[in-house]
Design a protein around this ligand. Structure first.
Ligand code: AMZ
Length: 267
């Protein structure tokens, strides 16, 4: 079957290690995180996170393997049903982590000890916590203390405020949460501009600069990437603290291939 994301190309690693880049005085490495968002067992992409807006792209394990074949090092793997507070795709998520040879970032619905333990037990490299970071700050701080950089914080931003529970409820002011999470020792933030997500209109660079200006922790950018120029613009923010970018819809609708994207951020 031919899919928009089926172009197989050079799978060599194109991203140099941070240490090497420091030694050589070149720009820091910039990671790309192809996204696999799972809803009802299928790979989907939503528009601004709205339930029901999805385009469906079939078997999520096949999608993940395509990104691996195109040279990915990382996978951003979202359980959207769990994020919406419904029955989760836990088995599908575990099978994907087991079925690829990638560093996987698992997210969606990780809100208590049980869901955290289950996500970590998949063997993923790290998990992202969103809703619980705003609704259960003490639990989140304990998770950070226990698991260090296996925990990243998902900051899903609408205007100056955070969105929670599948972006259907309010999570308070971004700046206040950042201050609290920094104090708790959060290792990194994955910053999604909800209004840009799935829109293919470019990332919210001002938001990323704002967050980078308020924390020393690295930031992964999410939402809005549509073109290779968008990736060039994000890479320009590496010195300010943006260490990588999540790419979703653009990869699925054939805006560019992951291999092209990797070449752009490596150059
Ligand atoms: O698209 C959405 N409506 C959506 C989405 N992509 N809602 C949540 N999420 C993602 C966040 C984060 O990665 O970007 O789910 C994770 C947060 O889940 P939780 O259950 O911790 O809030």
């Amino acid at each position: 079957m031919s899919t928009p994301w089926s172009g197989i190309v050079d799978s060599g690693s194109l991203v140099e290690p941070v240490e090497a880049s420091r030694r050589l005085g070149t720009s820091p490495a910039f990671e790309l995180f192809p996204a696999v968002d799972v809803l009802g067992g299928q790979a989907v992409q939503l528009v601004q996170g709205v339930d029901g807006s999805q385009k469906v792209f079939g078997d999520p394990l096949a999608a993940a393997r395509q990104w691996q074949a195109q040279g990915a090092r990382w996978l951003h793997l979202v359980d959207l049903d769990a994020a919406f507070g419904r029955e989760s795709n836990a088995d599908v998520i575990a099978a994907i982590v087991a079925g690829v040879d990638l560093d996987v970032e698992v997210t969606g619905g990780i809100r208590d000890d049980e869901t955290l333990a289950r996500a970590l037990a998949t063997g993923c490299r790290r998990v992202n916590i969103g809703t619980a970071a705003v609704e259960r700050p003490d639990w989140c701080a304990a998770a950070i203390a226990a698991h260090g950089d296996r925990i990243a914080i998902a900051l899903d931003v609408r205007g100056t405020r955070l969105a929670a529970r599948g972006w259907t409820s309010e999570g308070g002011e971004l700046d206040e949460a950042l201050e609290r999470l920094d104090a708790a020792g959060a290792a990194r933030y994955v910053v999604t501009d909800v209004g840009s997500d799935g829109m293919m209109r470019g990332p919210n660079l001002d938001l990323l600069r704002h967050v980078c200006g308020r924390t020393n922790a690295p930031v992964v950018a999410s939402g809005g990437v549509a073109t290779l120029d968008d990736l060039r613009a994000l890479r320009e923010l590496a010195d300010e603290g943006v260490e990588g970018a999540i790419i979703g819809t653009a990869l699925y609708v054939g805006g560019f291939t992951l291999a092209e994207a990797l070449a752009v951020v490596a150059g």
